[in-house]
Design a protein around this ligand. Sequence first.
Ligand SMILES: Cc1ncc(COP(=O)(O)O)c(C=O)c1O
Length: 442
Amino acid sequence: MTSKAGSNAPESRSGILAIHGGTPVRSTPLPLEFPGVHHMDDEEIDAAVRVLRSRSPFRYYGIDLQREVESFEAEFAQYLGIDHCLAVNSGTGALHLALSALGVGPGQEVIVPAYMWVSVVAAVVNLGAIPVLADIDETFGVDPESVAAKIGPRTAGVIVVHMSGTPVNVQEVAKIARERGIFLLEDCAQCAGGSIGGQKVGTFGDMAIFSFQMNKNMTSGEGGAVVTRHEHLFHRAVACHDTGYARDAAGRAMFERRDLCLWGRGYRLDEMRAAILRVQLRKLPRIIEQMHGSKYRIRKALEQLPEIRLRRIVDEAGDTGCFLLTTFATAEMARELNQALRAEGIITSSQGVNNVVMTEWGLHIYYNIPSLVLKTSIDKNNFPWGLSENRECRAEYGKGTCPQADSLFERTILIAIPSCLSPQDEDDIVGAFRKVLAAVPA
Ligand SMILES: Cc1ncc(COP(=O)(O)O)c(C=O)c1O
């Protein structure tokens, strides 16, 4: 990248890009992501200790049961404004349970976005169904037009994923799903607390899932939730998450409900993590406020730079703010700017994955998932790809399947916005963008 001023210009050393030997904008790493973790303190410690002192770490019975899981489920459902919540031990498990409750199996296709997390396609494949990719648009959510085009005779449903902390255009997809008679599952793993028009994500479809793994807006290290308005789907999820049998309000297995005698997966949440999650839920508005504030102060400053195209936001007020996406005219420009920004110190310590061109964003990008592209199988019968029921299903996953996504991924830089950015950190991010863009040839 050559300086606009030219090599003979009387430039101060701080104006020379760090990648060309100048002084970097900052010399200390940015804070790591992990939104909930930065707000952990004695409250979480006390909650965990409360459970240990009770010597009752299991949700359904114990010496002095604290009913932390049950309380968390009620509190999270109330926070979202939904009828039923089942807390589970991971977001991946929650996806399996929701799809099991919805009856997904061989001979069915489930539409998934090109931008997601590997667990989304894994859940479909593990149940014997076939994922069908839909393209994304500039919201980085699934493009409703692509969803409509991908619906075929075998389509059972669609999964909308609110990626990188920002609610996507779920209302349009919900309308299509209703009209075409397919289910809508929302994956809110990366967007707990997000909303559209004041309505929380997780309440727009038939079911929704959340993850409370460490990278998420609220966390207990591991954890997840399945939510729904439909009582029957809820009971099915409860049965599958436990021993295969639904439980009544007193926690007793309902063997007499023959429609709910299913097969269990062992995805229960324990009392200690639920106690921690109850504290994190109370802190969630503060965590989001912090990230949202930082992200939009940075976005407002970057709006002044004509080379940058910012992610299209469906509802700014409901954006949780944990990631910033900046898109450029060409892949080459994104790659060069990313290298230059990293040299200016817009990086985290070695543990963090931050400030990457999205093609490097691992298992979030459909063509980076080897098991999907290669259609691998766990068993020798090539399940589910080789099942006779799936013979007519469509299964294309190589790069090029979703051209809009391919173009956005290679032209977009992703930067995490931790929940503890200081005004100086924000200024450095903006300052680094200004500095490296000033060096782009006009
Ligand atoms: C979009 C999305 N869905 C599902 C999951 C799975 O959650 P977990 O890691 O709790 O299994 C993740 C986790 O990163 C995710 O980002």
